[in-house]
Structures are given as C-alpha cells and as structure tokens.
Design a binder for this molecule. Structure first.
Ligand code: DAH
Length: 333
C-alpha cells in the first residue's frame, strides 16, 4: 500500500508538469482525487487490512490526499498567474507613443456673421425668414415695383433659368413673399441668404454673395425707427463709438430711400441700402399704405465681415482655403 501511495504521488506530480491550462487541470484532478481514483480505492481497501495496520495506513492515505490537494492548488495558482501575465503583456499601453490627432471643423466665418445678426435681431423681436435662391421674376422684380423695362434691372442682371425664373439678385423678394403670407398683419423679419448677379469676380465683387434683408410693417412706423434700428445694430456689431451717415438714394421699392455709410476711422464706407417701403409695394403685398407704414433694409454680408475682420478680398470667403478659414475657428476674434 505504501508503494502504491508513493507511486501515485510521483505519477501525479509528473503529469502536473505537462498541464498547461485550467481544463486539463480539472480532468487530472478528478483522475487523482475523484470517486474512481486510486486514492478512493486505497481508502476502500483500508477495511480489509488487519486492525493494527489500519490507523497508520489511514493516516498515510490522508496525508497523501492532502499533498495531492496542495499540488493542485499550487498548480492552479501558477496557471492563473500565467494567464494574467499573458493578458498584461498583450494589453500593455505605451504611454510615450504620440497621440492621434483629431481634426475638428467649425462654422464658416459667414455663418458666424449671420448668427451675430440673428442674435441681435431676435433680441429685438424679429423672426427669421427664408426664401428660395431660384426665384420668380415676379417676386424678384415686379412685386418690388421694378417693371419689365425698369432701368434698375440693368444693375440686377443675373442668371436666368428660363423666361420666368432666375437666381435672385437680392434678398428683397422675401419682402413680397412675407407680405402675401402675412395677410395684412404686422411684420418684423430678417432674412439672410445667398444672392447672385452677373458680375465679374474681383477683389470686391462676386457673382454669388450674401445679403440680410430686413422688413418691418406696422402702424406709425417712421424713418426714425429705421435710423434707430440701424444705429443700434451698428453699435452692437462694431462698437459703441461707431457712427453712421444716411445719404439720400434711390431704390424702386422704397420712398424715401437711403444708403447708409459707416465711418471706418478714415472715411465713410457704404454698407447697406434702406428706406420706407414704397406705397406701391405695400399695396401689391396686400397692405393699405394709408393705414400702415414700413421700413426695409438690405445689407451686404461679406462687406460687413470684411470691415469687421479686415479681410481684403471677397473671394477668400468662397475659395475654401483652410489657412484663411482656420483664422476664424472658435468664433469671434
Ligand atoms: N435690394 C437692394 C440691393 O440689393 C438693397 C436694398 C435697398 C434692400 C433698400 C432694401 C432696401 O430692403 O430697402 O441693391
């Protein structure tokens, strides 16, 4: 019996050497200690021994069993440590490696300018309107008091889709559309958007540019409201110390009409056209000029941005050079 025990211990020890994973260890464990194992057999054989040998043999078998259990515990711990080591080695992170750079986009500068405008005018109770880029001749001209043979059309030569449709030459057609939609009710809107003209592109001209239109219609609206609105916007946008100058001008859809200049420190620079909505335009839009009045204005967006950010060429806005665009990343300068 002692021999069988010694042999068993040696055999299991040897087999344990070859075990590499937890599963095989479990299989070997039930072979060594399970119900059909040699050690169980030896226990069972105890009862056939002479009584004086029983205590000693019983003790030896128990000791052997404890040894086996200890072998398995040690092996199990070794295997777990090995698995952990491998995992750590595989998942190691080299914190000294250079990081991955994420490129991030931002608003285009013109979008930022539009948002600044909107913030101001929404604060004054205006709402934002939009109109189509491909516009009817009817809204772009007729409804604005510019008949077919009106000389003002020459300055507004644009791209025609067909005899009736064109790329709008200004945002003013949104005035006419809004009047018809509003069915005689008061109006207070601004409309930012793209506009088109048959212009040769150069430092100050682009065949596609942007405007912001403004229109207010209500009872007792006067030229003073127009001037006050424009002045407070200019001060908000360019600074409290800024001054504006109103010069008499002519637009077919306003009477009287003005052009507005801003003093840039050296000279006055023209920034927008404005005026009191012409009675004909009010009538065509479904308003009674004897009961309500309105003022309107149209601002060249790029012109404003060029002044504010000291940009010297309108083409920069549209050529998508990131060296230009990145200067305006992260909002206002
Ligand atoms: N639509 C005009 C243009 O593009 C600008 C303009 C002038 C708009 C006077 C207005 C206005 O609303 O009242 O030349």
């Amino acid at each position: 019996m002692r021999e069988r025990l010694t042999k068993l211990l040696a055999e299991i020890k040897e087999k344990l050497e070859t075990i590499e994973d937890q599963n095989s260890l479990n299989v070997l464990r039930s072979y060594a200690l399970g119900r059909k194992s040699e050690i169980t057999n030896l226990m069972a054989a105890l009862k056939d021994l002479p009584p004086e040998e029983k205590p000693l043999m019983g003790k030896l078998i128990n000791e052997a069993k404890q040894k086996l259990e200890a072998y398995f515990e040690t092996k199990k711990a070794n295997l777990q440590a090995k698995v952990l080591q491998e995992k750590l080695a595989k998942e190691a992170v080299d914190v000294t490696l250079p990081g991955v750079e994420f490129s991030s986009g931002s608003n285009h500068i013109l979008k930022t300018v539009i948002e600044d405008f909107e913030n101001f005018f929404i604060g004054q109770g205006y709402s934002i309107k939009e109109g189509p880029d491909v516009e009817l001749d009817y809204y772009n001209f007729e409804m604005l008091n510019i008949a077919k043979d009106h000389p003002a059309r020459a300055m507004h030569d644009t791209f025609y889709v067909d005899a009736k449709r064109l790329l709008r030459s200004h945002t003013s057609p949104v005035q006419a559309r809004t009047m018809l939609e509003s069915a005689g009710k008061p109006i207070k809107i601004i409309c930012p958007g793209k506009t088109y003209r048959r212009d040769e592109d150069d430092q100050y001209h682009s065949h596609q540019f942007m405007q912001i239109e403004g229109l207010v219609i209500d009872e007792d609206i006067t030229m003073a409201d127009l001037k006050g609105t424009l002045l407070s916007f200019i001060k908000y946008y360019f600074g409290e110390d800024k001054e504006i100058r109103l010069r008499p001008s002519y637009f077919p859809f306003t009477e009287p009409s003005v052009e507005v200049d801003i003093f840039d420190g050296e000279k006055y620079v023209e920034i927008l056209g404005a005026g009191m909505v012409h009675p004909n335009v009010l009538k065509m839009g479904g308003y009674d000029p004897d009961k309500v009045q309105g003022f309107a204005f149209g601002i060249g967006l790029e012109r404003i941005a060029m002044l504010k950010y000291e940009i010297d060429d309108i083409r920069h806005f549209y050529t998508n050079d990131v060296r230009f665009l990145n200067q305006f990343k992260g909002g206002k300068r």
